[in-house]
Design a protein around this ligand. Structure first.
Ligand SMILES: *[C@@H]1O[C@H](CO)[C@@H](O)[C@H](O)[C@H]1NC(C)=O
Ligand SMILES: *[C@@H]1O[C@H](CO)[C@@H](O)[C@H](O)[C@H]1NC(C)=O
Ligand SMILES: *[C@@H]1O[C@H](CO)[C@@H](O)[C@H](O)[C@H]1NC(C)=O
Ligand SMILES: *[C@@H]1O[C@H](CO)[C@@H](O)[C@H](O)[C@H]1NC(C)=O
Ligand SMILES: *[C@@H]1O[C@H](CO)[C@@H](O)[C@H](O)[C@H]1NC(C)=O
Ligand SMILES: *[C@@H]1O[C@H](CO)[C@@H](O)[C@H](O)[C@H]1NC(C)=O
Ligand SMILES: *[C@@H]1O[C@H](CO)[C@@H](O)[C@H](O)[C@H]1NC(C)=O
Ligand SMILES: *[C@@H]1O[C@H](CO)[C@@H](O)[C@H](O)[C@H]1NC(C)=O
Ligand SMILES: *[C@@H]1O[C@H](CO)[C@@H](O)[C@H](O)[C@H]1NC(C)=O
Length: 895
């Protein structure tokens, strides 16, 4: 085994990687998606529930028939809840989960001035960097722009009044179809108020839409990849908050039924299970002929095995992010005086941003322009009063808030950061007393520090950043351009499906933004990669005349370019693992014109228990000449899941990578396929030898298919050495009880007594100050398709003893807390606040209990107790406050 001693060198860089405590998407209490066996009347179905549940959403579509319902907060309704699954003509019942707008970085934004700037002068050839990286420029130069293709975007809506996004909504507009499923005030937990108008108030969807189709009418040379597509906008987020999967399922089905040719969504949450209901719905749409691309997720820091739903669905195309080859920055104009000489500079305002008419000298926290932790300690006593200065601090190590707080402690009202990498970011620092925060480039900051060190006076003159002039800078991104973005989420799924499929530029992307938020912005995220892939599908549909999802995914994967693994500006002499980059960077023009077609987009050899080492795929020569092909194997870095043999938790990014490769043999391995014919190839894989199977190494690589017509295709593959089934999913100390109100999930001591609101009144805020619910916290070290918790009675009160419902896998239990078991869980922290309610709708009597938690192993048989890992919490006691009398209740809200 070859070990590379790169980790130490790169560790300095990874100081920025945060400690990761992944969280599962939260459940909406009492809300379920019900899928019918066959079409039935939803109001009749809901009526059948005897008034015990209300309708959230009628979900009757061509490809999905069902409804989402909200159970009312009473005992008997809860009993019904679990029974619905057993009702005739019900196929499945799934809990409603909520997903957030993916965390993306806002680097810089335009302002009101940007909108009125002159239009771009000449059209010329497409030189937009992300287009050149993916060969999209060749389509535009050849006049292919996605005409006639309907692309549906499921997101925060779109500012269609933006001059670069058509200026209108409806037939004959760029944004021609779609709707708002939720309304401005929707936050993920209140009632959606749909309307016809998908106008965006967040920004995310407007940025995404511009990547697909921004028109040339803009000052910064921004260009959509397929400017003549017809856009559809399905708005699933309000102005704040997240969105539940019943809304997402509805949006996908509406987009499908409206005749979309491609559906794109830059939304997701950690999962890793293709059976997840939202993922399963997207799979169904793909099976019905509409390609669906979904962003792979921005949880790269969590390490390997962190696939996100719905990207992790079977046949769903998961899009990874690659960093742009340039760093575009939208800077606000300002001037400064150095020893009295006026000069201009550019900067990026942050929040707070009260910078209007600020004319103050700079004061630097130290003159070391390489200090990794500049301003991370309280400033010394010798520091002057900083109220008359703008404090200059280098970015790095600690948070912006910490740095700003130390400056504010010395009287500062204004802080200007200078960057430690290319470009700038829009800083948010909510610090009492701080009036303005901003950022300048590393180069500008260093220049100032050197001048201050030499004794010069530097006075900044700043105007209101919402009104000042702006300009765009683009510097070559030599550190990360063309390589995988550090934040891009890693696959594969728990069942070893290959994820992601391939990547496009998503890091440092300039696109449109709502007019109210500055009109243009530079953002980073897989959210920005996914829409470029969607636009590329539109271009391929133009050229190849098919929208068949499998055909298009196969050609994009085989023509994509894998790249080396890179971190902190240093490359390893190894290809990045397939679980990070899939097939690599899309080469759209090659895909549009490739004549050698493969029958698959990737191969999974599964794990050792289910090793699927002999597989077949077909190569078709659709060209007009015979081609002789030769097949070879190109290994990528093997990625260890665990740091060492004792660890059960996947290592955070970057985990150990090694140069261990599988060996592959091909039959035949050199052959000629006549024009119009095909050949079946048998691949026999032998996983790399000598690896520590207990650490679950994931090996991967590419089958290189080189043709005598100078074609060079690559087919990604991966496999796992070791047993996914033997991997611990829950450690024996992995379940504990903490206070429901404690966001840090600190473990409570044994025998803590919790005083609960009277049964059924946990949502009543008048009890909030007098009660505290226990919170069950389960730390899943790997994903589990089934997580159950039993409420084990410990006091021999007659009440509890007479209530023991069952003995499950050897524990006496009153049942499970209401809403459990939880299906298809990602790894990470699972939290559940218990108000005493059980899965049969009744409430556990006051008494002493513990939770006995069981998590099903990967590939485990749910019927067998031996297939679960178990953990018990400490003992705790619950009591209830007395229920209010009827008279008392009438007074509620009055006193
Ligand atoms: C523009 O692209 C076309 C097609 O690739 C090429 O023939 C032409 O030379 C390019 N023009 C310029 C000015 O680069
Ligand atoms: C959503 O809004 C409702 C009502 O406007 C409010 O009660 C609820 O707390 C909000 N939820 C979240 C998660 O912000
Ligand atoms: C600015 O003035 C200071 C003090 O007079 C002097 O030391 C420094 O060299 C000057 N710097 C520049 C860049 O002119
Ligand atoms: C902003 O600064 C740029 C670069 O220095 C300059 O070209 C431009 O004219 C300035 N615009 C305004 C409105 O001041
Ligand atoms: C791996 O094998 C298991 C068990 O047969 C199967 O359920 C799973 O789908 C396989 N994974 C892939 C990617 O084929
Ligand atoms: C196949 O083609 C690629 C790309 O041109 C090249 O790097 C590689 O060496 C070729 N492999 C073989 C076995 O010829
Ligand atoms: C909790 O109470 C039980 C029974 O009274 C006792 O045996 C146990 O030691 C207590 N645990 C703690 C952590 O105090
Ligand atoms: C709970 O206590 C806090 C702090 O004492 C108080 O501000 C709040 O109004 C109380 N809420 C209720 C519902 O009594
Ligand atoms: C509770 O009662 C059962 C049988 O009635 C007995 O087996 C068990 O030991 C008792 N447990 C405690 C904690 O007293």
């Amino acid at each position: 085994m070859v070990r590379l001693d790169w980790a130490t060198a790169l560790l300095a860089f990874t100081a920025v990687a945060r400690a990761v405590t992944p969280h599962a998407p939260s459940l909406v209490p009492g809300a379920y998606i019900v899928e019918y066996e066959e079409d039935q009347d939803t109001s009749a179905f809901v009526n059948n529930l005897g008034g015990k549940a209300s309708l959230r959403k009628d979900l009757r579509f061509k490809l999905f028939k069902g409804a989402s319902i909200q159970f009312k907060d009473t005992k008997n309704a809860d009993k019904m809840a679990m029974k619905v699954a057993q009702m005739p003509k019900i196929k499945a019942v799934y809990p409603v989960r909520r997903y957030s707008v993916p965390h993306h970085v806002v680097h810089s934004k335009g302002n009101a001035a940007a909108e009125v700037l002159a239009k771009r002068q000449s059209e010329g050839n497409d030189t937009f960097s992300t287009h050149v990286m993916t060969q999209v420029n060749k389509f535009r130069d050849a006049g292919i722009t996605g005409k006639g293709v309907k692309v549906a975007v499921i997101d925060t809506g779109v500012d269609y009044l933006h001059p670069a996004l058509g200026g209108c909504f409806g037939p004959d507009c760029l944004v021609a179809f779609g709707t708002d499923l939720v309304g401005d005030d929707f936050n993920g937990s209140n009632t959606p108020v749909p309307d016809d108008d998908p106008l965006d108030c967040q920004g995310h969807g407007t940025h995404v839409s511009g990547i697909i189709a921004a028109q040339i009418d803009n000052p910064f040379g921004i260009l959509g990849a397929a400017t003549d597509v017809t856009l559809g906008s399905y708005r699933v987020f309000g102005c704040n908050g997240d969105t539940p999967n019943d809304v997402l399922i509805a949006a996908y089905n509406m987009a499908y039924e409206d005749g979309s040719d491609i559906i794109t969504a830059s939304i997701g949450g950690p999962s890793g299970w293709s059976e997840d209901p939202w993922a399963a719905v997207v799979t169904r749409i793909v099976e019905n002929g509409v390609p669906c691309v979904v962003s792979a997720g921005n949880d790269g820091a969590a390490g390997i095995f962190y696939a996100s739903t719905a990207a992790n669905g079977k046949k769903v195309t998961a899009i990874a992010s690659i960093d742009n080859s340039v760093t575009p920055t939208l800077l606000t104009n300002a001037t400064y005086a150095l020893n009295g000489t006026q000069k201009s500079f550019g900067w990026t305002a942050g929040e707070p941003g009260s910078w209007d008419n600020v004319n103050l000298p700079l004061w630097a926290v130290g003159f070391d322009t390489t200090d990794p932790a500049n301003g991370c300690e309280p400033l010394p006593d010798s520091t002057p009063d900083l109220s008359g200065h703008i404090v200059l601090i280098r970015r790095g190590s600690c948070t912006f808030v910490e740095k700003a707080s130390f400056a504010v402690a010395k009287g500062a009202k204004y802080v200007m950061f200078y960057n430690n990498v290319d470009g700038t970011v829009s800083v948010a620092a909510d610090v009492e007393g701080l009036a303005g925060v901003g950022m300048v480039s590393a180069k500008q900051g260093e220049e100032w520090v050197h001048a201050l060190e030499a004794g010069a006076e530097v006075v900044l003159h700043l105007k209101d950043p919402r009104k000042a002039g702006q300009f765009l800078t683009t510097a070559p991104n030599t550190a990360t351009g063309g390589f995988m973005s550090d934040y891009t989420s890693w696959g594969p799924t728990w069942e070893i499906e290959v994820k992601p499929q391939f990547g496009t530029p998503g890091g440092l992307i300039l696109s449109t933004y709502p007019r109210a938020l500055g009109s243009y912005a530079v953002l980073s995220g897989t959210s920005m990669a996914c829409p470029l892939a969607a636009a590329i599908y539109a271009l391929l549909i133009n050229v190849r005349g098919t929208k068949d999802p499998k055909t298009l995914e196969n050609i994009l994967s085989s023509t994509a370019h894998p790249n080396l693994f890179r971190l902190g500006g240093e490359s390893l002499p190894l290809l990045a693992p397939v679980p990070q980059q899939g097939g690599g960077l899309i080469q759209a023009w090659d895909a549009a014109h490739v004549t050698t077609l493969l029958s698959v987009s990737s191969l999974s050899f599964n794990d050792t228990d289910h090793f699927d080492g002999v597989q077949k795929f077909t190569i078709s020569n659709t060209g007009d000449k015979a081609v002789t092909y030769s097949l070879s194997n190109v290994g990528a870095a093997t990625a260890y899941t665990f740091d060492d043999g004792r660890s059960n938790t996947p290592a955070p990014f970057p985990s150990e990578l090694t140069a261990d490769f599988a060996s592959l043999s091909f039959f035949p391995n050199k052959f000629t396929i006549p024009a119009g014919k095909r050949k079946i190839i048998t691949v026999t894989a032998t996983p790399p030898k000598g690896l520590d199977a207990g650490r679950l190494p994931v090996y991967s690589g590419y089958i290189a298919i080189n043709g005598s017509d100078s074609s060079a295709l690559s087919l990604p593959y991966l496999g796992v050495v070791g047993s996914m089934h033997q991997a611990v999913v829950l450690e024996s100390d992995g379940a504990h009880v903490s206070l429901a109100s404690d966001d840090n999930n600190a473990i409570v001591p044994g025998n803590t007594t919790f005083v609960l609101p009277p049964p059924g009144l946990a949502g009543d805020i008048s009890y909030a100050n007098r009660t505290e619910l226990p919170k069950l916290v389960v730390d899943l070290v790997m994903g589990s398709a089934l997580l159950r918790a039993d409420v084990v009675p410990l006091s021999n009160s007659t009440a509890a003893a007479s209530r023991v419902a069952d003995t499950i896998f050897g524990s006496q239990t009153l049942g499970q807390p209401y809403g459990l078991p939880a299906q298809y869980n990602p790894r990470g922290v699972f939290e559940y606040r218990w108000d005493g309610r059980l899965d049969d709708g009744s409430y556990a009597p006051a008494g002493r209990y513990r939770f006995a938690v069981r998590a099903l192993r990967i590939f485990g048989n749910a019927k067998l107790p031996t297939e679960y890992d178990s953990a018990e919490t400490v003992d705790f006691t619950i009591k209830y406050l007395p229920a209010p009398s009827a008279k008392f209740r009438r007074l509620d809200g009055v006193y």
